[in-house]
Design a protein around this ligand. Structure first.
Ligand SMILES: [Zn+2]
Length: 77
């Protein structure tokens, strides 16, 4: 497991467990920059990459999804 999801929030919103997630991105473990290049807050919520493709990961960044798919074609089921 070398990736995890990290949440992006509306601009100016501080990450909090009750904060609605604007969109999920995929990041490499121990990083805070999404695969699509967007910098994400270190305090933003994360969840396992296993959740990718399930309702819990919606909405999901299309750019990150395409890049993750290219690196992990075996994960698509
Ligand atoms: Zn992204």
């Amino acid at each position: 497991m070398e990736h995890e999801m990290r949440a992006e929030y509306e601009e100016g919103v501080l990450p909090h467990e009750d904060t609605p997630v604007k969109i999920w991105h995929m990041v490499r473990l121990d990083g805070t920059t999404a695969m699509c290049g967007r910098p994400l807050a270190p305090a933003a919520a994360t969840q396992a990459a296993d959740v990718w493709g399930t309702p819990k990961a919606e909405p999901f960044c299309h750019t990150c999804g395409a890049m993750y798919l290219r690196e992990h074609p075996q994960d698509t089921g």
